[in-house]
Design a protein around this ligand. Structure first.
Ligand SMILES: [Mn+2]
Length: 285
């Protein structure tokens, strides 16, 4: 099972990511699943038409929503980010392993290894985070030693059987409600899997690489590849796959659209804060 979690805003990215996995991933028998937050039938139809193989859609229902709706969001991270924590429970026992991919990744080559690599006693496998925050800083925020393995949560191989048996989602949500984490659920996943996360090579989740020649999975961690602002060296590879999807003729997004999105998010947040003040009991998670 290959899964991603998105809201409407990420429909295009998910369609292109899944299309690239279909075309390049060498995983003909793997089921594709989209856990969707508020996707419309037209979004699903468009994604389905783009990918080239059947896609299973699961709607985030009220019960799932109840578990994630009071958690902190940012303009860059919607509540759909938390939905990945629900995946193992949602899929059930028929799925011993889940390969989770962020919608803002692109599959350039054979990823069958992710579906077969031995996890042993590890709960997850992932790739070290690379970005403007150093691993030492990331770890310090979690009270861990500087050199602990801190993974980026955009590409995860999850032992879903183990996850379910230890009720790991509950642990994550309890942590998320206990205090603020700078990197939200990514921090919490790293805490949960401390000492039992298997480190994969950078090519399985290439972030801010100097050279993408050997990358198998590219991760657009900053400007998204469907935006005019994007200067990522692999944007061309994204656009080439996009040209074979239902988004082929869609205009690229402008900076103004992103600013508008940020503005909408801050208004919504302020409004929710007002509502919470009016009815404090409802604000309790
Ligand atoms: Mn991402």
């Amino acid at each position: 099972m290959l899964a991603c979690c998105i809201d409407r805003d990420y429909a295009e990215l998910a369609a292109v990511m899944l299309r690239s996995a279909h075309l390049n991933g060498n995983i003909p028998d793997v089921e594709f699943c989209v856990l969707g937050d508020g996707l419309r039938p037209s979004d699903k139809e468009k994604i389905q038409r783009s990918v080239g193989r059947p896609v299973t859609f699961i709607d985030i229902d009220d019960e799932m929503l109840g578990r994630i709706k009071n958690l902190r969001t940012t303009s860059g991270w919607s509540r759909a980010t938390y939905a990945r924590l629900l995946l193992p429970d949602q899929m059930g026992a028929a799925y011993p392993r889940i390969v989770y991919l962020d919608a803002d990744t692109l599959i350039l080559g054979d990823i069958s290894y992710l579906f077969t690599l031995p996890l042993g006693d590890h709960l997850v496998a992932g790739v070290a985070a690379r970005g403007s925050t150093s691993p030492a800083e990331l770890n310090m925020a979690l009270g861990r030693s500087d050199d602990a393995f801190y993974f980026n949560a955009g590409v995860l191989v999850i032992d879903a059987t183990k996850w379910r048996s230890e009720k790991a989602s509950e642990t994550c949500f309890a942590l998320l409600h206990s205090r603020q984490f700078p990197f939200l659920d990514q921090d919490v996943l790293n805490l949960l899997a401390s000492g039992r996360a298997l480190q994969l090579g950078w090519q399985w989740n290439a972030q801010m690489a100097d050279d993408y020649t050997d990358a198998v999975v590219v991760h657009f961690t900053h400007a998204k590849p469907n935006s005019l602002e994007c200067r990522h060296p692999q944007q061309g590879a994204y656009l080439a796959v996009r040209a074979t999807t239902a988004w082929a003729d869609a205009p690229l997004r402008t900076k103004r659209q992103r600013q508008w999105k940020r503005y909408r998010h801050s208004i919504r947040k302020r409004w929710l804060a007002v509502l919470r003040r009016l009815s404090p009991r409802r604000a309790m998670p």
